[in-house]
Design a protein around this ligand. Structure first.
Ligand SMILES: [Zn+2]
Length: 318
């Protein structure tokens, strides 16, 4: 049995996962608990014990997927926009001390990509590109079962490559760039564009999400259809750039925005191959991710399995 922890901007999910990829027990709490990462750690340990009790088995190792950037070698949280006050927190070391069980951590996009590669949309793929489009854009490349890493084991932040260098985009992204992919094509960008062009009666309520825009598009709302076209346009450019660089044999798209894959996927399957003609890519290679909401937790468990199979030189699991 493996322990799995997924730390996102809105919630922390904890689970026990069988080695074959089934979630045995799970719990979740909001990320924004008072007390910062120290209080969150105590809560995580408590929830992990509840999960172990429920399935009557202890976790033999713990994998963590965390919204990035995080340092996979040291297990320290980086400057994560969605986790204020967590920067510099040595999560895996603190967790190991609190539980007595070894823990390893990866960026959450890498974690979900490992799960899709092992148990989801990428099982037949050897050069697998996973993209999650939600409040941000996360990308991971799994090459013959292994995470593609940069220097120091770091996760390349492909969601922040610049698409529009014209300087016409409002304000810089938190990453420091102006016109990066995430700031043009993640869910908040879609909603912001729609609201900026909507008549007062059409503007989205503050609590409304992108799902509402896709719903309007399905009922032939003209501005919503333009918003979907714009979303597909920017998603396609970013995807085509990645195809040109990595030559994947399969792309799987997950995340909240891709819940409306019925509207986006056909457009992407048409647009992306037309934008990267130097690389052979059949439209059917662009698919929707399969594991849905379970991908991050299953991915966290895969993080442990992946690190056991391929230790990082700087911090092999004990
Ligand atoms: Zn950015």
């Amino acid at each position: 049995m493996l322990g799995a922890i997924d730390i996102g901007g809105s919630k922390i999910a904890v689970a026990t996962v069988r080695e074959s990829g089934q979630i045995a027990a799970r719990r979740a709490v909001p990320t924004s608990l008072p007390g910062g990462p120290e209080a969150a750690l105590r809560r995580i340990v408590h929830l992990m014990r509840e999960c172990e009790t429920e399935c009557d088995e202890k976790a033999s190792g713990i994998g963590i997927g965390c919204t990035g950037p995080v340092d996979p070698a040291t297990g320290v949280i980086g400057n994560v926009d969605l986790l204020p006050g967590w920067m510099g927190f040595p999560l895996t070391a603190e967790l190991q001390q609190a539980t007595g069980v070894a823990a390893v951590m990866e960026n959450d996009a890498d974690a979900a990509a490992l799960a899709e590669s092992a148990w989801g949309a990428g099982t037949e793929s050897r050069f697998f590109l996973y993209i999650t489009v939600g409040t941000g854009i996360g990308v991971a490349f799994v090459q013959q079962g292994r995470i593609y890493r940069g220097a120091g084991g770091w996760h390349p932040e492909m969601g922040h490559h610049t698409l529009d260098a014209s300087g016409e985009v409002d304000g810089p992204c938190y990453c420091g760039a102006r016109g990066c992919w995430e700031s043009l094509a993640a869910g908040p960008a879609l909603a912001a564009w729609f609201n900026a062009h909507a008549s007062p009666s059409d503007k989205l309520r503050e609590s409304a999400g992108t799902r509402e825009i896709f719903g309007l598009a399905r009922s032939s709302h003209e501005l919503a259809i333009r918003a979907v076209e714009r979303e597909a346009h920017y998603l396609a450019i970013g995807l085509a750039n990645l195809v040109t660089i990595f030559c994947p044999d399969r792309l799987a798209l997950g995340g909240g925005v891709m819940e409306s894959a019925d509207l986006l996927l056909p457009r992407l399957q048409h647009l992306v191959p037309s934008l990267c003609r130097l690389i052979p890519l059949h439209p059917s290679a662009i698919t929707r991710a399969k594991l849905g909401e379970d991908a991050p937790l299953l991915g966290a468990a895969r993080v442990w399995q992946h690190r056991v199979a391929e230790p990082l030189e700087t911090q092999p699991p004990s």
